[in-house]
Design a protein around this ligand. Sequence first.
Ligand code: PMP
Ligand code: GLU
Length: 394
Amino acid sequence: MNQLSDRINNLATSATLAMAAKARELRAEGKDIIGLSLGEPDFNTPEFIKNAAIEAINQNYNSYTPVDGYVDLKQAIITKFKRDNNLNYTLPQIVVSTGAKQALANIAAVMLNAGDEVILPCPYWVSYSDIVKLSDGVPVEVQTSIDNDFKMTAEQLEAAITPKTKMIWYSSPCNPSGSVYSKEELRALADVLQKHPNIYVVSDEIYEHINFVGGHFSMAEFDDMYDRTITVNGVSKAFAMTGWRIGFIGAPDWIARACNKMQGQITSGANCIAQRATITALEADPSSIKYMVDEFKERRQLILSLLSEIEGFKTNEPEGAFYVFPNISAYFGKTIKGKTINNASDFSLFLLEEALVATVTGEAFGNPDCIRISYAASQDEIKEAIKRIKAALS
Ligand code: PMP
Ligand code: GLU
């Protein structure tokens, strides 16, 4: 008999992590799987950051840290926000968490009451929807179009707002579409929100530095949005530090205080060594990670050009992050190698079984016509993966 809570029974398993686990399992069985499912840089953490962690261990950083993070780390985050985003935050407005994921979970827990609606422009990052539900919020999906680079327009936002709307959550650069909202596009959304002063925004900027077009803009840079925006960021992506688990927010101080209180009962704060290393990462000039961004940019060109040779893949040009999100609905209803493909999950499973390439179904991101392919893999792996996909589909 299932004795688990409704809360956990109703929670979806993270599709990205599930696919990564499945790929690992098949590899252990001896299958030559190419993993293009997980969004994690395939680079090593830069040496100067690793050295800072080693130094922290040797300096006996081993005690509980302040729940919201070391003061000098929070200071480094304040400097980073000013340097990169033109945002002015003070110490009480910063909270360091165990990854941006926990930062998001804190926000949901402290902001949402049962039934509060959270607008999620689709496609959204896989965990938003379940993090919201876990705090009894109601995700409201807004479908966008590939022809508008999967961006939500002001009209679409306006139409989705109800008296129950509490928040909007989006990422820019976006996981999974790679789209980057321009200042003008964000202004149009902000203009709608001026009519609805009780709606708060989560601006997830974790891919900020992995931007191939330049021009990253933060919603909180608008004076009239600053008090209603929570800026989420972290070191996982830009510094190849996914396993170190450090994320952070800049927020109105009453929200930051609440996240601090929440975290005090749940984790007691993020890992001390990783926090010390993050100071070094954030203090470095962003040019120190340019070699990774340049490589992602080359891979983007490579994968776009290879995908354009496969019939039935409609792909927009991502401007940041390291994903492509092709619409593959042309395959729905077709039977290939005895397997009928009715939806994106079938398609992703087909690629895993017949091409030995792991991707993630778009359904997990709120768009059932697409799949997500991560190009955080070597150029050779990308070439081989697309060759296999092409062969399996022909
Ligand atoms: N936001 C987005 C858009 C992401 O893609 C991810 C995935 N890593 C996260 C948040 C969470 O990042 P982390 O917990 O590793 O900081
Ligand atoms: N954010 C990454 C992804 O979307 C890592 C996996 C996860 O945190 O869910 O693949």
